[in-house]
Design a protein around this ligand. Structure first.
Ligand code: NAP
Length: 475
């Protein structure tokens, strides 16, 4: 069995113990990871700090290394995808899709290395400053820590490591314990692409313990975290004045207005956005508010789409849905759906669990305080709620502590504009669902969904310090 070791200062390192890594569909142990202790975390930060002080790569060299890493990853697309199938339980088509996206993310990051720019400051406009001029430059922060979740382990790591390195930082990378295989492969491609030792260090182990050790090391200047709200909040409290970006969860909603051209098409799209990656997407379609006049048609089409969503062999390109990340997670959502049903919700289709697999499930007659509505389900389950006035729909979408993205299906410019103005989210997607994301978009949330924006051109601002230079031309 493979032991996945950490990467510290360019050298593979064993840990203080090991943890098993399971195939998410079969439950079989497929590898084990080395588990970091305090000395490993310290050594990783030592290495990153030393590399930050001693390695001098020009922006163009950083561009070339990240580009080479992207190309190496693309060459190994099938190996990466097969690893994702096993460790994350993704159907092969989705796994390949994630690698293709991660390639784009790294390309975008490489380009940002050449575009780091500040701005001129019109200092001469201040009284008595006629002979002064000023401008800003962007400088790297130093050691940054990237912590990633299990659901898009390669692309979300690329969204942190890519811009962090492009900006000239060094990185300590802590992936989810469920998905360490692709994390290790990603470090390999950077090493083979010519990234000097110490610039990217891989730390493995249980998030609680390793996370505390990382948070306590004051040499880490920034944390870039994607994951759940409770962990994000705890990390926020632990890092004090240091910089942090948080990409957290949501219970994303879509509005489907009565004027849409094809109700069935929209319902199918919402269903796909609810079930892709077994619903384990931070902008998964969880709530759909539908104009009452098209509600029945929408529900029928959503049920048809859910029943047509194919499970099966994860290596079959026609398979659309795989297991959830663990049986425990499937049990959790099963309990939430049962609780909702006991409180009056109707299960239109689905609602059954087999091990870690949960059936595509559509609910109606839900209430705002049911867990399946107000908490993040992170499972292939969505609820349909009728509305009469668009103002009611917007109020319902906003009635949550989350705010990542929202989708609005309408042909009315007035409705689209009203929603764009009033929805309390980081992004409003008009003519498509909340789940739409391209990797060059500014992406992030408001409220409990997080702080900051990803997308390499936006993330790189957070990974740099803006420094002011003032010139007294009379001196
Ligand atoms: P999670 O349990 O919060 O874990 C995320 C990462 O944090 C993992 O690497 C985990 O390590 C680590 N971790 C756990 N406890 C920690 C601690 N005390 N200090 C520091 N790090 C710690 O989340 P998940 O279950 O992997 O992912 C699902 C969540 O991520 C959902 O809420 C989803 O919405 C969110 N998400 C958000 C976005 C976005 O862009 N907004 C994208 C994807 C996912 P271990 O695995 O070792 O525990």
């Amino acid at each position: 069995m493979d032991t996945i070791r950490m990467l510290i200062d360019g050298v593979r390192a064993a840990g203080d113990g090991t943890l098993p890594v399971r195939h998410k569909a079969t439950g079989e142990v497929i590898a084990e990871i080395a588990v970091a202790g305090a000395s490993h975390v310290q050594a990783a930060v030592d290495a990153a700090e030393r590399a930050f002080r001693t390695v001098t790569l020009s922006p163009y060299e950083r561009y070339e290394i990240i580009l080479r890493a992207a190309n190496l990853m693309r060459e190994r697309r099938e190996e990466f995808a097969a690893a994702l199938v096993a460790e994350a339980g993704k159907p092969i088509r989705d796994a390949r899709g994630e690698i293709d996206r991660a390639y784009q993310t790294l390309i975008l990051s490489a380009e940002e290395a050449k575009r780091l720019r500040g701005e001129t400051v019109p200092l001469a406009g201040a009284p008595g400053c006629e002979n002064r001029m000023a401008f800003t430059i962007r400088r790297p922060l130093g050691v940054v820590c990237a912590i990633t979740p299990f659901n898009f382990p390669v692309n979300l790591a690329a969204h942190k490591i890519g811009p962090a390195l492009a900006a000239g930082n060094t990185v300590v990378y802590k992936p989810a314990s469920a998905t360490p295989i692709t994390a290790s492969m990603l470090c390999d491609v950077f090493r083979e692409a010519g990234l000097p030792a110490g610039c990217l260090n891989l730390i493995l182990g249980e998030g609680g313990r390793v996370g505390d050790l990382l948070a306590a090391d004051e040499r880490i200047r920034m944390f870039s975290f994607t994951g759940s709200v409770p962990v994000g909040k705890a990390l926020r409290n632990a890092v004090g004045f240091r910089r942090i970006s948080l990409e957290l969860g949501s219970n994303s909603a879509n509005i489907v207005h009565e004027d849409v051209a094809d109700v069935r098409w929209v319902a199918e799209r919402c269903a796909r956005y609810a079930f892709v990656n077994a619903g384990q997407v931070c902008i998964s379609c969880q709530r759909v508010y539908v104009s009452r006049s098209i509600y029945e048609t929408f529900c029928e089409a959503a049920v048809d789409a859910a029943r047509g969503f194919r499970g099966g062999d994860l290596m079959d390109v026609h398979t659309q849905i795989g297991p959830m990340i663990s049986e425990r997670e499937a049990e959790r959502i099963d309990a939430w759906v049962r609780e909702a049903a006991a409180q009056g919700a109707r299960i239109l289709t689905g609602g059954a669990r087999t091990g870690a697999f949960y059936e595509p499930t559509v609910l109606t007659d839900v209430a705002p305080d049911m867990k399946v509505v107000c908490e993040e389900t992170f499972a292939p389950v969505f609820s349909i709620v009728p509305y009469d006035a668009i103002e009611d729909a917007v109020r319902a979408v906003n009635d949550t502590r989350y705010g990542l993205q929202a989708g609005v299906f309408t042909r009315s410019l007035a409705v689209a504009n009203y929603c764009a103005e009033h929805l309390e989210v980081g992004g409003v997607i008009i003519g498509d669902g909340a789940t739409f994301r391209m990797d060059n978009m500014p992406y992030g949330g408001v409220k409990d969904s997080g702080i900051g924006r990803e997308g390499p051109a936006y993330a790189i601002r957070a990974f740099t310090e803006e420094k002011l230079i003032v010139l007294n031309v009379e001196a």
